[in-house]
Ligand binder design. Structure first.
Ligand SMILES: [Zn+2]
Ligand SMILES: [Zn+2]
Length: 337
């Protein structure tokens, strides 16, 4: 497989600016790294927070993108596990120190010195990308490239949010019915859990989409569902939804915030939290989450709805996501040789 010397990439130079289409050298895989030809890269809400300047940039210029489906085209020294030609996925957690107390205690998602794909290291809004082979995930073969991409963050973070929501769930609310919720709704439904979908006021198309994917009820986020929820999982970055969700959650229930950024949470009366309700966040993922979720995606045939965009149209994909015009997940498709 011949690898060219230069590639196209969509590059962010500073927050709150548009990405620029640039030609830059194809990165060289270092020790323990693989070089991937990017087959597809999902567009995540976190990318939007980075591009919109809501998350501080620590590396610039930056190639965003942390839902990479790629084909291994070269290996750096010391890569025993992955063959050239293998298709792998690269998620948000791109590396850890392996030594901090979190890493040593099975909580590498909270590592003190993490590497985040498409945030602290370059990601997949490009024709080629490098990745630490230890953090690459095997993808179920049954998913085409574009359909596999949203599993890598939307699917994975949704799955972690669900796992942290408690045991014995029967009625689960999903606030914000985008890329994560449309995947998780199918997983929950397959496990016999009833899904209640909450969308923006008046988003009838989004509510119909949720019902098609198995939701037993869909309505605006300020509405009360017909049943008390055992848990509410929040995917929309809107702090007031924490309060709305608490109003709909039963005694002992959990409200799990899955996003990396959210507008401020308004103050609320203590009685909404009383009776052992819990509000918590989910940060990042562990490799164990990744492997467990990919195994689940193999048994539950998840239909990921994707809106494909050419790599050079990444700004249009981000705009469509910002304006809530994507049904399912936006995915960038580079046309590399
Ligand atoms: Zn993400
Ligand atoms: Zn660590």
């Amino acid at each position: 497989m011949t690898v060219p010397e230069r590639m196209h990439a969509m590059v962010l130079h500073e927050g709150a600016s548009a990405l620029r289409l640039e030609t830059r050298p194809v990165p060289q895989p270092g020790r323990g790294e693989v070089l991937l030809r990017v087959l597809a890269c999902g567009v995540c809400r976190t990318d939007l927070h980075i591009v919109d300047g809501e998350l501080p940039m620590t590396v610039r210029p930056l190639v965003p993108g942390h839902e990479i489906v790629g084909r291994v085209v070269a290996r750096g020294p010391g890569v025993p596990a992955i063959e050239v030609g293998a298709r792998v996925g690269v998620p948000w957690l791109g590396g850890t120190d392996g030594t901090c107390s979190y890493c040593r205690n099975g909580r590498e998602n909270l590592c003190d010195h993490p590497r985040f794909t498409g945030y602290t290291v370059d990601g997949g809004y490009a024709e080629y990308a490098t990745a630490d082979e230890r953090f690459c995930l095997r993808l179920p073969e049954t998913y085409p490239d574009a359909n596999a991409a949203p599993l890598l963050c939307a699917g994975l973070i949704g799955y972690r949010a669900y796992r942290l929501a408690g045991e014995g769930l029967e009625h689960v609310g999903l606030y914000g019915f985008g890329a994560s919720a449309h995947i998780l709704a199918q997983v929950l439904t397959a496990q016999g859990i009833e899904v209640y979908a909450f969308t923006r006021e008046g988003d009838r198309a989004g509510q119909a989409f949720a019902r098609r994917l198995g939701a037993v009820w869909a309505g605006p986020s300020t509405a009360r569902p017909p049943n008390r929820l055992d848990a509410a999982l929040l995917f929309a970055p809107v702090g007031s939804l924490v309060v709305e969700a608490l109003r709909s959650v039963r005694k002992g229930g959990a409200v799990v915030c899955a996003g990396i950024h959210m507008s401020d949470i308004p103050s609320f009366p203590y009685r909404l939290l009383w009776e052992e309700r819990v509000v918590r966040s989910v940060a990042n993922l562990t490799r164990e989450d990744g492997n467990d979720f990919m195994r689940l995606a193999e048994t539950v045939r998840i239909e990921t709805h994707v809106a494909p965009f050419e790599l050079r149209h990444a700004n249009s994909a981000l705009s469509a996501l910002r304006e809530g015009r994507i049904e399912g997940a936006a995915v960038l498709i580079p046309k590399a040789a």
